[in-house]
Design a binder for this molecule. Structure first.
Ligand code: S3P
Length: 206
């Protein structure tokens, strides 16, 4: 592929934006929050690539630590065991250097996790409507909370319970059926305009 002068300039500009965001983040991470099917992992991975930052998925780390799938953790150990692991894994990942971190849909509902994210992260809520969420989650069978006779009713209840709490996120981006690159670009622009990034993390203020 021929990379013309224009492409080179665009790439240099992109690299400069990425560097500036990484610098303002310091030790903080970008934390993706939102309901199941919002695109936290898919968008988070692309965002990490475009900012040249590491990516972690909290659910995958929980599965790794437990040596079994989330379905099996819920079935064999119960939800509260999973939530406890989720809280600990996210605390560890947030202390472990800047990254883009995709969290499971319930993680931000924990007050301790929310406080940690507020200190050591910039939270990005990917908000999506019920039809988009249901279309996406119906593709896979890996969500124990949706193994119900009426998964749409479960999702509606989660929207009612969680959206007021997700609204505390630093940034809100509408997740919709458009190219992932477009959503990533919107996040990058929102990060550049984010006041929080001009201040150091609370834990670094003496
Ligand atoms: C959950 C969301 C899931 C996973 C677990 C519970 C939730 O993650 O953590 O099944 O409570 O919303 P995703 O949001 O990545 O699907």
């Amino acid at each position: 592929m021929h990379i013309g002068k224009g492409d080179g300039t665009a790439q240099a500009k992109q690299g400069e934006l990425a560097r500036s965001i990484r610098q303002s983040l310091g030790a903080r991470s970008i934390v993706m929050i939102g309901l199941m099917g919002a695109g936290k992992t898919a968008i988070g991975k692309r965002l990490a690539a475009s900012l040249d930052m590491p990516f972690n998925d909290a659910d995958q780390e929980i599965e790794k630590a437990a040596g079994k799938s989330i379905n099996d953790i819920f079935a064999e150990n119960g939800e509260s065991y999973f939530r406890d692991g989720e809280r600990r894994v996210i605390a560890r990942l947030l202390n472990d250097g800047p990254k883009v971190l995709a969290t499971g849909g319930g993680a931000f509902m924990n007050a301790e996790t929310r406080a940690r994210i507020a200190d050591m992260g910039v939270s990005v809520w990917l908000r999506a409507d019920i039809d988009t969420l249901m279309m996406r989650v119906s593709r896979r069978d890996n969500r124990p909370l949706l193994k119900a006779s009426n998964p749409r009713a479960v999702m509606e209840k989660l929207i009612g319970d969680r959206y007021p709490v997700y609204a505390q996120a630093d940034l809100t981006i509408e997740s919709r059926e458009v190219a992932h690159e477009l959503i990533v670009e919107e996040i990058v622009q929102a990060l550049l305009a984010c006041n929080k990034l001009s201040r150091p993390p609370l834990s670094e203020v003496s």
